[in-house]
Ligand binder design. Structure first.
Ligand code: ZN
Length: 210
């Protein structure tokens, strides 16, 4: 299973998704962090905590660093990519709106499914713009996005992040979700597929009150 040192995420990186939540398309990448304690693997349950009434899926393309990156340009940033994986940036939408920042909404245990594997790539030959991400809930397609439609491309994101913090090998950058986000409830099965990488499948359960 993937155990990233840190998880750097990007908000509103597809224009249609920004619009569906009533947000402007950002002028620069909008960054936030998810805690590594939120990570679960393929097949493990997403647990809905009692604090929220609205948990949503966000299917995203995950980029795993192959080497360190600090104050890099886009060319150097691209060369530092080690692999690609599927990520579900599970979000308590009501808490995201209520808190004004996103730590609680994005940070619950089990809110970062990753997997089922990291596909190693050779960044000198792999065309990142061909990557696609699909979300299904109980078999029905909810999201279908293409990296070609990102507001900021993967190399631009990595270079931008590296101006702020050093990215280390095995750190994970989560590159934003396309339109179609929607609710998850106990009993659902949610899948995030990046074609060529695999299908990340997780059941959804509710936390049993103590
Ligand atoms: Zn997201």
């Amino acid at each position: 299973m993937v155990r990233p040192g840190k998880i750097v995420c990007v908000g509103r990186n597809y224009a249609e998704h920004a619009r569906e939540l009533g947000n402007p398309v950002p002028e620069r990448p909008l960054l936030f962090l998810k805690p590594p304690s939120a990570v679960i693997g393929h097949g493990e349950a997403i647990v809905i905590p009692p604090q929220t009434q609205r948990v949503e899926h966000e299917a995203e393309i995950g980029v795993v660093l192959g080497r360190s990156l600090r104050r890099a340009d886009e060319v150097v940033a691209r060369a530092a990519i080690g692999g690609v994986t599927c990520v579900n940036d599970v979000t308590a939408r009501d808490l995201q709106k209520a808190d004004g920042q996103w730590t609680r909404a994005k940070g619950f245990d089990t809110f970062c499914p990753i997997g089922p594997r990291v596909m190693s790539i050779d960044p000198s030959t792999f065309d990142l713009s061909t990557l696609q991400v699909i979300c299904r809930v109980n078999g029905a397609v909810r999201q279908n996005g293409r990296a070609a439609n990102m507001v900021f491309s993967i190399p631009v994101l990595l270079a931008y992040i590296s101006q702020v913090m050093t990215l280390d090998p095995d750190d994970l950058v989560v590159t934003g979700t396309p339109e179609g986000v929607g609710p998850l409830v106990a009993g659902d099965v949610v899948e995030v597929e990046v074609p060529g990488v695999g299908v990340l499948r997780n059941p959804v359960t509710a936390q049993v009150p103590l």
